[in-house]
Design a protein around this ligand. Sequence first.
Ligand code: ZN
Ligand code: ZN
Length: 194
Amino acid sequence: MLTVKAYGATSATDPLVPLEIDRRDVGPNDVLIEIRYAGICHSDIHTVREEWGPITFPQVVGHEIVGVVAEIGSAVTKHAVGDRVGVGCMVNSCGECDECRAGDEHLCENGNTGTYNSVDVDGTITQGGYSTHVVVNEDFVLRVPEAIPYDKAAPLLCAGITTYSPLAAWGAGPGKKVAVVGLGGLGHMAVKIA
Ligand SMILES: [Zn+2]
Ligand SMILES: [Zn+2]
């Protein structure tokens, strides 16, 4: 077990406070990430304010995570110590259902494991990126190109993919017109990607 510093919620009504949380030991397929930036998604606020239902406290949110690989498990092949990486909204899935086998882990028939406030493989509740370190299965760790600064990369992990996905699904590209409803955190990202 690794004890790390974090900012977390201790109730639905109090401000986030500095606290310490435990991360699991780095397993054979895990990557330990030293977090450099974590974006703030409105889902983080909804979650800690219990606007989407009761949660377990203390709760550390944040699912737009970027950082550097600090340690890898013995069976890890996709990442190496020192790599620039990111983690988005999910950190695991069953890997065996039809959706997972098709590469659509977010649609896992057994429910994917969210980056925070989700039951992890070891039975603990996942804790997110407002923290110094996180341990994640290598399959849910993405490479971040050198050309993208950490702070610019972080919002791509939720706001970015959320808007990229429909643009890609509907074949947006040169010569196509797109309409974006609402120019907030996601909407402005959609305009830039389009
Ligand atoms: Zn989000
Ligand atoms: Zn699955």
